[in-house]
Ligand binder design. Structure first.
Ligand code: XBP
Ligand code: MG
Length: 252
């Protein structure tokens, strides 16, 4: 029996990376007087590494071999990341980043049907709270029984740890749940935890390898903006990925 749906956040619930996280990083860099700037294309490459602090270190190692680390480098990374989180959550508070098409519809359908909801993400917990409060609903966080986020597990996606953490807290086995992801790192993580996974692609992830997904779509879809299946079973006349299709995918 399908008991719970477990959602990734960035790229899956909302398109947060290009116009959310990326400018927030750039503002933090500018504010600190650093000449680091991540344009849209570079940021797409940097997304290969999950986690903001890890991403900054990766940038310096691979793109700025000239950079000389100060003695307090670890503190600098932590300070920059805290500033980035402040900029990002302030941006979310203005309602700047809406949920992706069909997300609200599916969450509401699942709640009405008594399915349990959870989150498994690499992003910082404050980012999840801000997105849910400002883009879903004032009580959006309470829609999710378990929120696994950020440094709560040391190994971020593509490691399966965050999904295992969430499954453990839900008290469910992977075959009682479905995961929702947008990226190859995310899919590796969910599959590594044994979860069947729905993928909705975005501009940064369209060309990733999603061979291990149960279905790949351009969005979850709703009547105003229907979903298109990119790989996997057809939606059988429905405009979107609804609960009956989800139950079939889960049972297949
Ligand atoms: C996406 C990420 C995150 C964000 C930045 O995670 O890789 O690192 O880009 O978040 P997911 P922080 O798709 O699993 O939600 O800066 O807070 O780490
Ligand atoms: Mg993601």
């Amino acid at each position: 029996m399908l008991q719970a749906l477990i959602f990734d956040v960035d790229g899956t619930l909302a398109d947060t990376e290009r116009d959310g996280h990326r400018p927030a990083f750039n503002r933090a860099f500018e504010e600190a007087g650093l000449d680091w700037h991540w344009d849209v294309a570079l940021y797409g490459e940097l997304l290969a590494v999950t986690g903001g602090k890890e991403r900054m270190r990766h940038y310096l190692n691979c793109y700025r071999p000239d950079y000389r680390q100060p003695a307090d480098f670890n503190d600098l990374v932590i300070r920059l990341h805290a500033a980035k989180t402040r900029h990002y959550t302030e941006m979310l508070a203005t309602g700047a980043i809406p949920l992706r098409g069909g997300v609200r519809r599916l969450l509401a359908e699942a709640r009405a049907a008594g399915l349990r909801l959870a989150i498994a993400t690499t992003t910082t917990p404050a980012n999840v709270s801000a997105l849910l409060a400002h883009s879903l609903s004032a009580d959006g966080e309470s829609w999710f029984e378990v929120i696994g986020a950020g440094d709560v597990v040391p190994a971020k996606k593509p490691a399966p740890d965050i999904y295992n953490y969430v499954l453990d807290r839900l008290g469910l086995s992977p075959n009682e749940c479905l995961a929702f992801e947008d990226s190859e790192n995310g899919l590796k993580s969910s599959r590594g935890a044994g979860l069947k996974t729905v993928v909705t692609v975005n501009d940064y992830t369209r060309d990733h390898d999603f061979g291990a997904a149960a279905i790949v779509l351009d969005r979850l879809g709703d009547p105003a903006m229907p979903a298109t299946v990119l790989a996997g079973p057809a939606l059988n006349g429905s405009c979107c990925l609804d609960l009956s299709t989800l139950r079939k995918l889960h049972a297949a």
